[in-house]
Design a protein around this ligand. Sequence first.
Ligand code: NAP
Length: 498
Amino acid sequence: MVQEQAREQRGERASVVIVGTGFSGLGMAIRLKQAGIHDFLVLEKSGGLGGTWRDNTYPGCACDVPSLMYSFSFEQNPAWSRLFAEQHEISDYLRHCADKYRIHEHIRYGTEFTGAEFDEDSATWRISTADGTEYVARALVSGLGALHIPSYPEITGLDSFQGEVFHSAQWNHDYDLTGKRVAVIGTGASAIQFVPRIAEQVERLHLFQRTPPWIQPKPDRAVPERVRRWFRRVPGLQRLARAGVYWLLEARFLAVFSQRLRPWSERLSKQYLRSVVKDPELRAALTPDYAIGCKRILLSSDYYPALNRDNVDLITSGVHEVRERSVVTGDGAEHPVDAIVFGTGFHVTDAFDHLDIVGREGRKLQDAWRDGMEAYLGITVSGFPNLFFLLGPNTGLGHNSVVFMIESQINYVLSCLRPICRDAIDHLDVRQQVQDDFNREIQGKLTGEVWSQGGCRSWYLDENGINRTVWPGGTWRYWLRTRKADPADYEIVARGRR
Ligand code: NAP
């Protein structure tokens, strides 16, 4: 008892604790301030803010969604230098948001969230962190996102490798790749951005591809100074441009996910591949054998040209093992290398497995999600009152900006947090039936869709082949459903009525 009190004294209390300082956590913090709620803390495991845009610093790291949409609607940035901003500019933008809305004073840096337990008597979350400090809050908001735990494949002999090894999300900038023989494993969204950059630098690049991605040219260009001036001076112009980009991206959803338009979209990609890669063998190796949209469609205008280079080999025979100074493929060929760079993505459908979150009646989140993670609108989970997920299950996208989804979720969460912070209600807990009906509905839509039927295996699907990641439709539909929480969906306990 004494020990417990001592532990709690070391921590802090707040009405709301937010975890993470990426787009989700920062956005939530700013909107709380704008709503006049100042009693909140933000826990951040590292020493700086920015989430995925702080961690991913690999060469060529940039957004593949136009910056006009990949930013907060309430904090437009007329200064974007390119249509698709690079990592450093996005990271600066997030820092600017934190400065402008004075969020730093709420952030507890170097504080890694490890779990939380709901105390029914006090209707509070007791939040644990890696250094043992405990925080107490009425409501807990996860801004953890799904793309933050690097995934390293299990490869025989990797431990014995004597050269340099790192992941795209943990780039070792102290290691100079100039003149080195480098293996890159993976050809996803990150690899197609850094491969063209390092190909110019290395002596030899062995690119190990398991599945070729569908690639379309990236319509990126510098934003002329005069356009930036117009954005600054003409009220509403940037909003109008943003709306245009929004609907263009929504139309892209149709182009890929409508069965009738998909072949047209595939033809465009194949034409682009033919126009750049003249070697028929290489072209065949780069041609996907599954439906476009089954995995994320990648945008790049420099990836295919990089593969035409003499010092780049595309290897498709599968990584079999790693030896002290080489990578050996399934056909027995040995490729001597000085460094291995993994572009193998992140733990997604198991991203919350390491957290110890305990809700009502001692129910663990891992148990609630034993058959797969699911939530109501991707935000609330029955049995876990006053806990809200941003970018939770089935709210990821392949066609538009996740910042739009995050803002929709923040609106929704705010409509729940206002009465909690005003002391009108004690806690709210989504009804199991409501959550079940919602998940039946979206799984019904998802099973017939390209992510499950397109002939590929992607991280959108969990180990049972169920899509736990993607929102199955237009983002405006999600926006319509999340404008405000419907009290009928929740068991609500009024303050003092427990
Ligand atoms: P990813 O898209 O998941 O790609 C991982 C790559 O590694 C795939 O090519 C995959 O092959 C390969 N791979 C995985 N395990 C392997 C193994 N055991 N052996 C051989 N190859 C293996 O990961 P990512 O490129 O890091 O991107 C992750 C996500 O981050 C993206 O989908 C996107 O949402 C986000 N992202 C966004 C941007 C942006 O501009 N907004 C930029 C980068 C990343 P298979 O295809 O065969 O599985």
